[in-house]
Design a protein around this ligand. Structure first.
Ligand SMILES: CC(C)(COP(=O)(O)OP(=O)(O)OC[C@H]1O[C@@H](n2cnc3c(N)ncnc32)[C@H](O)[C@@H]1OP(=O)(O)O)[C@@H](O)C(=O)NCCC(=O)NCCS
Length: 179
């Protein structure tokens, strides 16, 4: 178990980014029941909102244990939940792995770019991490572009390293080091 650092509330131009709450589950269900959103994620689309409740309970347990912090991304103007961004901490080398999901209705607006920039800043200035990693399936072009735009560099490429629904995918691993 790690020493937990409390999740900050982060404000950007258009977004409020705060710790996930149990009551967010229906919006997580809507987001994660979409086949396009889940195409390159580790899990298949949710069939029912109970799956989102279980997922959020797991996120909150991981937060209590200090291993992960899952943030919910909210559009300030309308108070709508539009996505999620997470840090999984690797205490042994003072780093974290980042993950993110945006509801499809909100793609192509630069929201994840805004959220990612804020979490990168928080990772280095609040959590004092030395580096952040992010992995993606090669076909996930929008995720690759997002990371490249934010300074992540490729340090490894693994052939057929991830299996989903009997298909093997290549994984690209990227890193962003504190400047
Ligand atoms: C990854 C994700 C958060 C990006 O969402 P977004 O902020 O709306 O980003 P966009 O869709 O605008 O795409 C980002 C960039 O990729 C480009 N892009 C998107 N789809 C593309 C495609 N099929 N081919 C080429 N470029 C593409 C966009 O033009 C944009 O580049 P630009 O800023 O230079 O114009 C969103 O697609 C998502 O939630 N996907 C599902 C979950 C997921 O895969 N998470 C990441 C796991 S590693």
């Amino acid at each position: 178990m790690y020493n937990k650092i409390f999740a900050p509330k982060i404000l950007t131009n258009r977004l409020l980014i705060r710790l996930v709450e149990f009551n967010d589950f229906y919006d997580y269900f809507l987001m994660c029941s979409d086949i396009d959103v889940c195409r390159y994620l580790t899990f298949n689309p949710y069939d029912n909102d109970r799956q989102a409740q279980i997922a959020i309970n797991n996120m909150l347990n991981a937060y209590m244990n200090g291993t992960d912090t899952n943030f919910t991304i909210i559009l300030k103007e309308t108070n709508q939940i539009i996505g999620s961004i997470s840090l999984t901490f690797h205490k042994e080398n003072n780093s974290a792995e980042i993950g993110y999901i945006l509801n499809k209705n909100f793609w192509h607006n630069g929201y994840m770019d805004e959220a990612l920039k804020a979490i990168i800043k928080t990772s280095f200035e609040y959590y004092h991490l030395d580096f952040i990693i992010a992995n993606y399936i090669d076909e996930n072009v929008s995720s690759a572009k997002l990371l490249d735009k934010n300074g992540f560099v490729i340090y490894d490429h693994l052939n057929k390293a991830f299996m989903k629904n009997h298909i093997a995918y290549n994984i690209t691993k990227t890193i962003l080091t504190k400047r």
